[in-house]
Design a protein around this ligand. Sequence first.
Ligand SMILES: *Cc1c(COP(=O)(O)O)cnc(C)c1O
Length: 361
Amino acid sequence: MSARNVNFNPGPAALPLEVLKTVQSELLDYHGTGLSVLESSHRSKEFEAINDATIALVRELFGLSDDYHVLFLGAGASTQFALIPMNFVGEGQTAAYVDTGSFANKAMKECQAVSKVHVAFSSKEEKYRRMPSMSDIKYPQDAAYLHICTNNTIEGTQFWQFPDTGTVPLVADMSSDIASRQLDYKKFSLFYAGAQKNLGPAGVTLVVIRDDFLSTARKDLPGMLTYKIHSDNKSLYNTPPVFAVYMMKLVLEWIKSKDGLAGVEKLNEAKKNLLYGAIDAASDFYQGAAEKDSRSWMNVTMRLPNEDLEAKFIADGKKEGFVGMKGHRSVGGIRMSIYNAVSLEDIQKTVDFMERFRKSA
Ligand SMILES: *Cc1c(COP(=O)(O)O)cnc(C)c1O
């Protein structure tokens, strides 16, 4: 096998090598069943055990009580952009959105297609380079919910404080920073994340809904669009993405083996300190794209003095085994996505490369 690359892909993204090895060893015969999980029934007792264990791991790692429903759905985080307003915005009601990046904006646009939106904050005019202070966020007290995106994957900014919304339910897209840090997950009435950044492969989306909020959801939509139906059926209303759920279980077990979210957060803090430290120490050459106090620990965005140098940085990096460093096509520049599975050693190699590249440029 050739050496594995340092994987900065924004999603689908790096997976822990230990998890991939377990998958490999169990692929042809899952726990003596003589079958692969890929070819097992979602109604089998083996899959039911996987489903139950994954739900339990989500509750345990995120510190959630039994009144949180844990769902594994297909169709991606982007489908939740539409399902959330469909399920939770009543006749004549308005939903409030914090517009801090491309995905936050997409979520808001999807809500506009089905109901009224109140823009609680937007940094769009500032090219999404900064996060709001809590007093910047303004919304009506009768809003159906307040929606935020906790980490802006494309721009490289992240929430570190969360609004106290009182009786207004707080809803969050956590696709790109879920399970990367300790957080009071109980603050949220609903949170969701596509698995392909920090939880596993593409194909499953984690949706967690507190019971008091779920009880207000509509029940008269088509089955596949109704959260209550997925919850009542423990995500087995139709065929769930069984292999992706199985891999999410392995990733959550891996997180648990790292001392849970506290351990993972410590590692992520060391990683981002090393990488942003290298950027700031050479600020005449590398420039952080986001404002310093808004920086993401997961997606590190930066610019070089010109686009030719950026292209050379990406090409030279690729030759040395760093992949996925190109910024999103909408913003350009460099983005290094340093999710949980990217190691501190990977970052050390990266800052060494950055130093060599700067000197040779
Ligand atoms: C990747 C991402 C999405 C899109 O997820 P899909 O599963 O592709 O629909 C949504 N929100 C955020 C914050 C993301 O990073």
